[in-house]
Design a protein around this ligand. Structure first.
Ligand code: DX5
Length: 218
């Protein structure tokens, strides 16, 4: 069953505690925190202190999606704050193996994210060493965008690679997921779907929005 990970990027920061607890109550697999540094992507969003506060009130995991130019400079801060999964972008041209080793040495999960214009070939050699691969279905940096359907071909490709090589990483899709297209995400073979606008930023309740996503893939 596809797991739903609400992204607080779309939530009203003044209601974060209430909204994240409601998301947890109504079936969120975990909370996704989009960290942006104004360099890798134009916007600036959350710091590690938000993760620390959320860690203090939630029982579900927190995934930190580092949309930052220098992820290695942020790892310790977010690990100490209580992040359970740390996802960095392959496009940052960091020392990927060192990042993977550092996160693993702290007994947390490692995720790599790839932008819509990044091919699977760029990350294939890391797949055996990571816990998750996030296929961005929007250009990172903004919530509320439309899902780029062609990116779902990468999910299908990853499924084949995982099966053919007996690997265990999860496949996450992030960007533009809503009840009208989540069946495509599920049919492509994703394990986790990040959703922000379709959960936090609409006229319906968080409960109804999560339920609508789940119902759409039953
Ligand atoms: C883009 C963000 C968004 C967010 C989900 O940088 O990563 O994809 O998590 O936002 P929605 O669901 O509004 O596209």
């Amino acid at each position: 069953m596809l797991k739903i990970a609400p992204s607080i990027l779309a939530a009203n920061p003044l209601n974060l505690q209430r909204d994240c607890l409601e998301a947890e109550k109504y079936g969120a697999y975990r909370i996704s925190v989009d960290v942006m540094d104004g360099h890798f992507v134009p916007d600036i969003t959350f710091g590690h202190n938000i993760v620390a506060y959320l860690h203090g009130i939630l029982n579900i995991d927190i995934e930190v999606h580092l949309m930052v130019e220098n992820p290695s400079s942020q790892l310790e801060l977010f690990l100490n704050a209580g992040a359970d999964v740390l996802t960095f972008h392959i496009e940052t041209l960091s020392d990927v193996n060192r990042l993977i080793d550092y996160i693993k040495s702290n007994e947390k999960k490692v995720g790599i994210a790839i932008n819509p214009d990044t091919n699977i070939e760029n990350v294939e050699k890391y797949l055996e060493h990571i816990d998750e691969l996030t296929v961005m279905t929007v250009v990172p940096g903004k919530g509320g965008q439309s899902l780029i359907v062609d990116c779902l071909d990468k999910v299908k490709q990853l499924r084949k690679i995982r099966a053919n090589n007996n690997l265990g990483f999860d496949i996450q899709v992030d960007g533009g997921v809503k009840k009208e297209n989540i069946k495509l995400v599920n049919n492509a073979g994703a394990d986790i779907a990040v959703a922000g606008t379709s959960i936090f930023n609409s006229e319906n309740s968080i409960q109804n929005n999560i339920q609508a996503l789940m119902d759409a893939v039953r």
